[in-house]
Write a protein that binds this ligand. Sequence first.
Ligand code: SF4
Ligand code: SF4
Ligand code: SF4
Length: 276
Amino acid sequence: MPSNIDTRLADLPILFDTLTLASLPSDIQQQIAAIDACLPQTQCGLCEHPDGCLPYATAIVVEGEPYNKCVPGGQPVTDTIHQILNINNKEPLTAAASQWPIDPITERPTEVRAIIREDDCIGCTKCIPACPVDAIVGTGKHMHTIFTDLCTGCELCIAPCPVDCIDLVPIERELTESVRIQEQDNLRQRYHTHLNRVTEQLADSSNTKPVVSMVEAKLNNAASQTLDISEQQAKDTIAAAKLRSKIKKLEKQLSVRENTNKRLELAELQTQLAKL
Ligand code: SF4
Ligand code: SF4
Ligand code: SF4
């Protein structure tokens, strides 16, 4: 198991300074590094540690926090942490439940990936800073898209989207342990790059823009290709996206059970959309 504390706990982003890892005894650091190495590195915060996997690994070892809270890791990760902690006299805890069904092959919750419904995206950019691995690209007032290969399915971009145009789709895949560990290390590195970039942006007093992706900044610089849209157009686009979203929900409900009022509401919304 990769748990080299010299590399794993060195050169961390300043976000982790409060963990004071360097002051801990080396055997404690070793356990933290080993636990961090087995965590999925989606940085989703479902373990109640919004800063991600490393703070959770630290809390398990230093504060005795329950080791079964990593939702995407499921039972396999809980069992691995049980082994690392060397709790031989007890059965492993049961992993925290996920909203996604357990994949029979990996025995972990089914993985998902985020997809933007590009027709509905209003280019507000709110999803970009939410993504811990910089998997979303796009620029203001333009449609955004997600690099599916980079997306971890952490779901952090869903809540900020004002028009509810990001869907989660399940994926199936089978990874060898070594490939999974490698992938987790890459994700961890991407997260650290993201944190270091945000830190630099915050420290840059000449930067008056909100924190956004570097990719977006580059795209913004391609000024010759930007499309200027009027305030009214922007409002119409938002209204249309909201209407489409409501229409989709009603159509879904009506496909299950017919309802006269809902059918009338649907016709009214379709009329409103046609007028925009
Ligand atoms: S992947 Fe697991 S440990 Fe990492 S932030 Fe999410 S729930 Fe916490
Ligand atoms: S695109 Fe969304 S779901 Fe995918 S990694 Fe980024 S924030 Fe998470
Ligand atoms: S938050 Fe939603 S609407 Fe805004 S850019 Fe992202 S996907 Fe598009």
